[in-house]
Design a protein around this ligand. Structure first.
Ligand code: HEC
Length: 139
């Protein structure tokens, strides 16, 4: 019985995985997929057991790279809706505003940029780390 159950779970996972792979052609689907994974981990579900859950459970600060990858990349990796794109001069231009101003805007949101980049549980420090990570990517 136990074997049958895990076979079914594995099958279900396989279907879910292939469904999400097919969805990657669509930016919104990517954003949705990334968001769902992030929130499951943050709520302390130990089934995700990965690096994302550990720092939060320990009350620590996630690295700028982690926050960027899990929360900001959905828009900033490809430049959705005019978001300054990771790894381009667009970030050099934004950098001219200074961190204080960029952080304030990231917190309040501007135009198509939602408040806190949709990361409701990000501390100001974590947002700043993610911004720094994007600024550092500027070419
Ligand atoms: C839903 C898409 C979306 C997500 C998710 C998102 N951003 Fe943005 N972001 C934008 C868009 C669009 C702009 C450009 C806004 C404008 O200038 O009108 C932007 C601009 C910015 C800017 C520049 C603000 C300025 O003053 O010029 C910063 C900083 C920023 N985002 C940080 C972040 C961080 C940090 C995250 C993750 C925690 C994040 N964003 C997640 C869409 C997004």
């Amino acid at each position: 019985m136990k074997k049958i159950t895990s076979a079914l779970v594995a099958l279900g996972l396989g279907i879910a995985l292939s469904a999400s792979v097919q969805a990657t052609s669509n930016d919104e689907a990517v954003a949705e997929r990334i968001k769902a994974v992030g929130s499951v981990c943050i709520e302390g579900d130990d089934s995700c057991g990965g690096a994302a859950a550990a720092p939060v459970a320990a009350g620590g600060t996630r690295s700028g790279e982690d926050v960027y990858s899990s929360k900001c990349a959905s828009c900033h990796a490809s430049g959705v809706a005019g978001a300054p794109k990771f790894g381009t001069t667009e970030w050099a231009d934004r950098g001219a505003k200074g961190m204080e101003s960029l952080l304030a805007t990231a917190i309040s949101g501007v135009g198509a940029m939602p408040p806190r980049g949709l990361c409701a549980d990000c501390s100001d420090e974590e947002l700043q780390g993610a911004i720094q990570h994007m600024l550092d990517s500027a070419k």
